[in-house]
Design a protein around this ligand. Structure first.
Ligand code: NAD
Length: 312
């Protein structure tokens, strides 16, 4: 039997650190190779193999896959929504070419499984904003959303055309305390906890009633692993599954924090990220993920807030 050997690309990012540690627990430390452009993250040090890798260098990636007998790749390297708007051509180039490099090597080397995350950013102002369905109008307006939508099409294409077992989730905004966020529009929902604890006040870059779909990192990690562990016959969606846990506005998360820190106050100074948020859904219908592979979130706003404030 072939042994699972996993490569995580972008392992030092907000998701990568926690996903790498979770995969090492499941598959054994030496069977999960972490890689990134950056220096190894402190939380990864001493927990397993680490290699420096620029995913844009296809040859290097190919050599690494062969040398380590890799069977599964988790591709997390990307330019996120807010950063992407500052240099759209670079974001398009990196987000697309990284995925094409991985998909093509998966095809050539007949790898077992690939994971690549999409995002709620695939939806745009013409998609229904409430309980946005899996299949609906998809007209993203950010370069990040455009690259994620194109990526979804490539994933489905490589699956249908070449039989690559690639799986994907449309993550909502992810909230966590272990590693810093990488320049997304939902980063306010992380900054707010740090500011609340340190300064008892926070100025939000989104307006008070901007509702966005969100998820606590433990749920996102579990969703990713459950999707990847599911029998291939259960994965009917080969583009990317809608995934949901909770939805709240800056005002609501502020009120929840105030229950723990009564002197906490909030102000609002929307910037360019408001426009990005305005084009995104308020909430997501993830019934296909629930139906196909049994997805069920565990954290709501109250439980997440309590956990974040305890751990930061
Ligand atoms: P992040 O920015 O925190 O981490 C990305 C990592 O990729 C960084 O450590 C960076 O150094 C690395 N990287 C960038 N370019 C690279 C390259 N050329 N070669 C190798 N590594 C490179 O991002 P994240 O929040 O962990 O997101 C991971 C994935 O999940 C991305 O595809 C992102 O679009 C998606 N996603 C994230 C969220 C969220 O809220 N965090 C929501 C939806 C989707």
């Amino acid at each position: 039997m072939k042994k699972d050997k996993i490569l995580v690309i972008g392992a030092c990012g907000q998701i990568g650190v926690e996903l790498t540690l979770a995969l090492r627990k499941m598959y054994g430390d030496s069977n999960v190779v972490a890689s990134d452009l950056r220096e190894e993250h402190d939380l990864l040090k001493g927990t397993g193999p680490y290699v420096s890798l620029d995913v844009m260098n296809k040859e290097m990636l190919h050599v690494l896959v062969i040398r380590h007998n890799i069977t599964q790749v988790y591709l997390l390297a990307a330019i996120l929504s807010a950063t992407g708007e500052k240099n759209p051509l670079l974001a398009w180039h990196i987000n697309m070419q990284s995925l094409l490099n991985v998909l093509d090597i998966a095809k050539e080397e007949n790898l077992d499984k690939i994971y690549w995350p999409s995002s709620i950013a695939v939806f745009g102002p013409n998609s229904p904003a409430a309980e946005t369905p899996q299949h609906t109008i998809i007209e993203p307006t950010t370069i990040y959303g455009i690259s994620k939508f194109a990526g979804e099409r490539w994933c489905e294409y490589y699956n249908h055309r070449f039989g690559v077992d690639v799986r994907s989730l449309r993550y909502p905004g992810l909230i966590s305390y272990k590693s810093a966020p990488g320049g997304g529009t939902t980063d306010y929902a992380i900054e707010i906890f740090h500011e609340a604890k340190e300064h008892k006040k926070y100025t939000s870059f989104l307006s008070e009633n901007t509702y966005l779909p969100m998820m606590y990192m433990p749920d996102a990690i579990r969703a990713t692993i459950e999707l990847m562990e599911a029998d291939a016959s259960k994965i009917a969606v080969r583009s990317a599954y809608n995934l949901s846990a909770m939805s709240f506005s800056p005002k609501e998360i502020g009120a929840e924090i105030k229950k723990h820190i009564p002197e906490f106050t909030m102000a609002y100074e929307p910037d360019y990220r408001q426009q990005i948020a305005d084009g995104w859904p308020n909430s997501i219908d993830d019934s296909l993920a629930r139906q196909d592979w049994g997805w069920k979130p565990e954290y709501d706003l109250a439980r997440m807030t309590e956990d974040m404030l305890r751990n930061i």
